[in-house]
Design a protein around this ligand. Structure first.
Ligand code: XMP
Ligand code: MG
Length: 185
């Protein structure tokens, strides 16, 4: 799927495919250097991080393992409440492992803050975060993120794993939706 397939549903492209791919390579080079000589486990947060993990893992020279978690935030509407439920837990025992959580986007930070506490309690050797996107103006809990792709404005974005009602995850870029898609005029 590409911009042309979206017709009038696309408002604008925020980050192009080329920009995304260049940034992933930059992040991969940093991660390669930082974890040199270590066993690294990438933990992707489903479903949004699928594209980031797929591209990042292939850009790395390190032979990493990958595992997945699915979590859901309780709460009204689209806002995260910070009360999180595990829908799918890791298959891997992370005790004494070097773990890098890979996220699509950090919005309020509530989900990730809960996930960090949860994974920390399993005593990994190290625990860091890599997020493709971050919305600095939306943050509610300060979180130390070691690897960040792009800081973006506080707008709802789609593409590169991010969805609106489960659609548009398969766009290769990050974009915003035209207002009429949200059910308006
Ligand atoms: P919090 O607020 O806990 O939530 O940091 C992070 C999760 O909320 C989703 N999210 C988005 N999904 N476009 C999306 O498609 C967005 O602009 C957006 N902002 C937050 C996402 O699943 C993220 O992991
Ligand atoms: Mg997510």
């Amino acid at each position: 799927m590409d911009a042309a397939d979206m017709g009038k549903d696309l408002e604008k492209v925020l980050i192009s495919e080329d920009e995304l791919q260049a940034k992933i390579k930059e992040l991969a080079a940093q991660i390669d250097a930082d974890y040199s000589g270590k066993d690294l486990l990438l933990v992707g947060v489903l479903k949004g991080a699928v594209m980031v993990v797929a591209d990042l893992a292939r850009a790395l020279h390190l032979a990493v393992e990958t595992d997945w978690m699915a979590v859901s935030s309780y709460g009204a509407g689209t806002k995260s409440s910070g009360v999180v439920r595990i829908l799918k837990d890791l298959d891997t025992d992370i005790t004494n492992r070097h773990v890098l959580i890979v996220e699509d986007i950090i919005d309020s930070g509530l989900t990730l803050s809960w996930l960090l506490d949860n994974l920390k309690s399993r005593n990994p050797a190290s625990l860091e975060i890599c997020a493709a996107l971050r919305k600095p103006d939306a943050i509610k809990v300060p979180i130390e993120v070691k690897y960040v792709g792009f800081d973006i404005p506080n707008e709802f974005v789609i593409g590169y794993g991010l969805d609106y009602a489960e659609r548009y995850r398969n766009l290769p870029f990050i974009g915003t939706l035209a207002p009429h898609v949200y059910g308006g005029s």
